[in-house]
Design a binder for this molecule. Structure first.
Ligand code: NAP
Ligand code: MG
Length: 462
């Protein structure tokens, strides 16, 4: 058990203003592994002041120098990748191989992409007789969740650094150790004091203070739609820039011409990875009625194979919440074909990989984000029916389409109300903009679109 007592503010680790701490728990065995300070409005104020003070010099720093710091950050993350993976596994519970392949590797790729973009982006352009400068928005308050603890930090901090902004980060209370490691990496990379600051703490205390602070020019938030709506209202009231990455209930649409077994197996893997705690997970599988029974059989078998390889959920509350959804599915008449509400182990916040068949579009488990290893398989009559079901939630974050012919899948994808669609399996691309239609969010992360979120234009007329 390690008791950490500092927060990274103004380029140094400083003691917190108050005495309160957050216990960090390993969700696989329920042991307390560390404590970190629970920051208050006073700590947030100190961090915002440090970011404010650092901003003018940062905004005047040439893009080439910003790019060099990002390249150094990429290298530090690369050098410390094993430590990152172990830390994520300890506080989030994901299996080590997944922590290495995704939780550690993806942020390195994203940091690398922003090192390149900072060096090559057109921060100045001509528009007729005007020169348009793309200038940093200012001080950014970043609030992140626990499900991809380092990725979600880097997806905000790297573009903000590339843009010339300064940042105060409030990470999730469940995964502050990964955030502390990131702050060490920023320091090691030679990012000037005050440009990046870390305040650990609780959402309604430190998070809210950060969103409300008059010294932040923008709030970038990833998390639940409920909190996102509040952040959006606060930012709107103060006329601040806001970016919101919220929930999802994405559809995996398997058209009749698709390779059914592959589509189902990849679909199940997509939902079960990270124990189902992925906002873009394809938690609704849509199958044509002629192939439905076969798809259900395949999905149940694929989920059963996961058994012991799945990690726990992040905390007891999430475990209870997900089990509640499974019970709700049963109560509303869905047919359980794998898993179920019973805890598979005595210790740790585990939930069995679960598959429901005979799910109809209006059921709670087909409408609400469950955030656990739970797949709903829905039946459609024809393509129009599939489209209606796919688009029939308040969300629109991601999705997938499978077809024998790529053009057929693309034609369907173009009619979906969603921000990202994987065609016949797709591939993660750190340059592709990521973000939601409808209540899945406002704004985009990653690539040039993610960079533009942290920039504002100034036009000079000649
Ligand atoms: P959450 O409460 O929205 O947490 C996201 C971040 O916001 C955390 O840093 C949180 O701090 C902070 N926060 C909470 N209340 C706040 C407030 N009033 N003002 C400012 N910041 C605040 O999400 P959660 O409770 O961890 O998870 C609940 C559900 O959200 C999940 O079941 C899932 O459906 C959804 N979720 C979605 C995503 C996504 O990527 N879209 C990620 C995580 C969760 P604390 O850590 O202290 O709460
Ligand atoms: Mg919360």
């Amino acid at each position: 058990m390690k008791a950490h007592d500092g927060m990274y503010i103004g380029g140094a680790w400083r003691p917190a203003a108050g005495p309160d701490v957050i216990e960090v728990v390993n969700p696989a065995d329920e042991q307390v592994i560390a404590t970190v300070p629970a920051g208050t409005a006073e700590d947030v104020d100190a961090a915002v002041r440090a970011a404010r003070a650092a901003f003018p010099a940062r905004a005047a720093t040439p893009p080439a120098e910003r790019a060099a710091r990002l390249a150094a950050l990429r290298d530090v993350l690369q050098a410390r990748k094993d430590e990152i993976a172990e830390t994520v596994t300890a506080e989030l519970g994901s299996p080590l191989a997944f922590s290495q392949a995704v939780h550690a590797a993806v942020p390195i790729a994203v940091a690398a992409s922003y090192a390149d973009l900072a060096a090559t982006y057109a921060f100045e352009e001509k528009a007729g007789t005007s020169t348009v400068h793309h200038e940093p928005v200012g001080v950014v308050g970043a609030i992140t969740p626990w499900n991809y603890p380092l990725h979600q930090i880097v997806a905000k901090v790297a573009p903000a650094l590339a843009a010339g902004c300064t940042i105060v980060l409030k990470p999730a209370e469940d995964t502050p150790l990964t955030a502390r490691l990131f702050a060490e990496a920023v320091h090691e990379a030679g990012v000037p004091a005050g440009v990046f600051n870390l305040v650990t703490g609780l959402g309604p205390v430190a998070g809210q203070a950060l969103a409300e602070h008059p010294g932040t020019d923008m709030v970038s938030f990833t998390g639940s739609t409920a909190v996102g709506k509040r952040i959006g209202a606060i930012a709107g009231g103060a006329v601040k820039r806001v970016a919101l990455e919220l929930g999802g209930k994405s559809a995996n649409v398997i058209l009749p011409s698709a390779d059914l077994a592959r589509a189902v197996n990849v679909g199940v893997a997509n939902v079960m990875s990270n124990s189902g705690q992925t906002c873009s997970a394809w938690t609704r599988m849509l199958v044509h009625r002629d192939q439905y029974d076969r798809a259900v059989e395949l999905a149940a078998a694929a989920a059963a194979k996961y058994g012991d390889r799945i990690g726990p959920l992040v905390n007891a509350k999430q475990q209870a919440r997900v089990r509640g959804y499974i019970e709700k599915g049963l109560a509303e008449g869905a047919r359980l074909v794998a898993g179920g509400p019973d805890a598979p182990r005595e210790r740790g916040y585990f939930v069995s990989p679960t598959v429901f068949a005979d799910v109809t579009p209006e059921m709670t488990i087909a409408q609400e984000e469950i955030f656990g290893p739970v797949l709903s398989v829905l039946r459609y009559e024809d393509e129009e029916d599939a489209l209606r079901i796919a688009n029939g939630t308040v969300y629109g974050l991601a999705g997938a389409v499978w077809a024998g012919d790529e053009a057929e899948a693309v034609a369907f994808a173009r009619r979906m109300d969603t921000g990202q669609v994987d065609i016949n399996g797709g591939r993660f691309n750190p340059l592709a903009p990521f973000g939601g239609y409808k209540q899945s969010g406002v704004g985009r992360e990653l690539g040039t679109h993610g960079l533009a979120e942290y920039l504002q234009t100034k036009s000079l007329q000649f």
